[in-house]
Write a protein that binds this ligand. Structure first.
Ligand SMILES: Cc1ncc(COP(=O)(O)O)c(C=O)c1O
Length: 399
């Protein structure tokens, strides 16, 4: 027998982030600051809507593109938040989380040889999906430009093979958000170009300062744009698995077919719960943001006091300090921090090679855990400094 599998699927690597979460079982007393999901329960009214749907036997399939009532709610949500109009019948698909939205779009648009530009460091979930299609990722280094892409370098990166560009705003892993002027300039470069724009705005409801600016608010790129959204982060619903694609009717028709064969439809009780999330509980993220803002300020201040170079995150729930001054790779830094310091964080190199020199700290944790985590990080970095400056520490010890 000669059984073989698609060689492209052999290339898929396990998510780097798991390596750290998996190590954690060996360090039961470690403070875990690795996980990228809200630490709040799903809002009560949303849970009740899901329970009510099950009790009313709303447990069959829905339309492939999702319950009409949910697509209408999603359409109103996008119009209210981003001033963008998407037809609930022809331009919205309810997916199994943002992840399936991204996969279905890539499978629909990409061909072998295509290139997808992604500003990096970036969430590691996109690359394997692109490569499975035989396409290639071209990362755009933002590690020395405030962790943000700019219109000029995007224009330089575009080649005849560029099929799409993907943005994640606010960003996982950096927490950085793009302001209106930056997006205006990027849109100016991208409009009328023969390439698709994917904008993963799953963290749009978790913005702490200022207002989220969506690519969906720019009519000049409407035909090129796929807006990826969902309630995983905004409503603490990661396990319910509901996301959305908003796009031009021409492409949505084809993606709906692919989605139908791939998954038939998203979970129907979860769709009912999401109607409540986008209507009665639309403001639930505001409460969570109050807590995130306090935690963000606390962690940011502590990192500054440690002398770390760090951008103040304006959104999501991550902070991405530079650890370059410690002379360790991000993997070694994070490993030693876990083993010697008792804190788990994610090495920046998990988020492409351009994340090297940074670590990602999630502040989707209680203040108690964050205080303990920062105290331990401080003790660990002081030890590291003593190690790397033996002369200073020896002379200090005589004092
Ligand atoms: C940027 C980004 N996009 C998408 C996802 C996945 O979202 P979902 O749970 O809706 O599939 C994540 C999860 O961490 C993420 O950080």
């Amino acid at each position: 027998m000669s059984l073989s599998i698609n060689p492209r699927s052999r290339q898929i690597k396990p998510p780097g982030i798991r390596q750290f979460s998996n190590q954690l079982i060996h360090y039961p007393d470690a403070v875990n600051l690795t996980v990228g999901q809200p630490d709040f329960p799903t809002p009560e009214a949303v849970k009740q809507a899901g329970i009510a749907a099950i009790q009313a036997n709303q447990t069959g399939y829905s339309h492939n593109a999702g319950l009409p009532a949910l697509r209408e709610a999603a359409s109103r949500f996008i119009s209210q938040k981003f001033n963008a109009t998407y037809d609930p019948i022809k331009e919205i698909i309810v997916t199994n989380g943002a992840t399936e939205a991204i996969d279905s779009i890539f499978r629909t648009i990409l061909e072998p040889g295509d290139e997808v530009i992604i500003p990096a460091p970036i969430y590691s979930g996109y690359e394997p999906l692109i490569e499975l299609s035989g396409a290639r990722v071209v990362y755009l280094d933002t590690s020395h430009t405030g962790l943000q892409p700019d219109a000029y370098s995007i224009e330089q990166a575009i080649t005849p093979s560029t099929k799409a560009i993907l943005f994640n705003n606010p960003s996982n892993p950096t927490g950085v958000t793009m302001d209106k002027q930056r997006i205006d300039e990027i849109v100016e470069v991208l409009k009328n170009k023969d390439l698709f724009i994917l904008s993963d705005e799953i963290y749009s409801e978790n913005v702490f300062d200022g207002q989220h600016v969506s690519f969906a608010s720019y009519p000049e790129i409407r035909r090129q744009l796929f807006l990826i959204h969902g309630v995983s982060k905004s409503h603490s619903m990661t396990g319910w698995r509901i996301g959305f694609i908003f796009g031009d009717a021409e492409w949505i028709a084809t993606i709906t077919l692919l989605h139908a064969y791939n998954t038939i439809c998203a979970s129907v009780p979860a769709q009912h719960a999401t109607i409540e999330a986008l209507t009665g509980s639309i403001d639930a993220p505001l409460e969570m943001n109050k807590a995130y803002r306090v935690r963000r300020d606390f962690v940011y201040d502590r990192l500054l006091k440690l002398g770390m170079e760090v951008e103040k995150p304006q959104g999501a729930f991550y902070i991405f300090p530079s650890i370059r001054t410690y002379g360790l790779s991000s993997f070694d830094f994070a490993t030693r921090l876990l083993q010697e310091g008792g804190v788990a964080v994610v090495p920046g190199s998990v988020f492409t090679p351009f994340g090297e020199g940074f670590i990602r700290i999630s502040f989707a944790y209680s203040m108690e855990q964050l205080i303990l985590g920062m105290d331990r990080l401080e003790a660990f970095t002081l030890n590291l400094q003593r190690e790397t400056s033996p002369v200073i520490s020896a002379s200090n010890s005589k004092m």
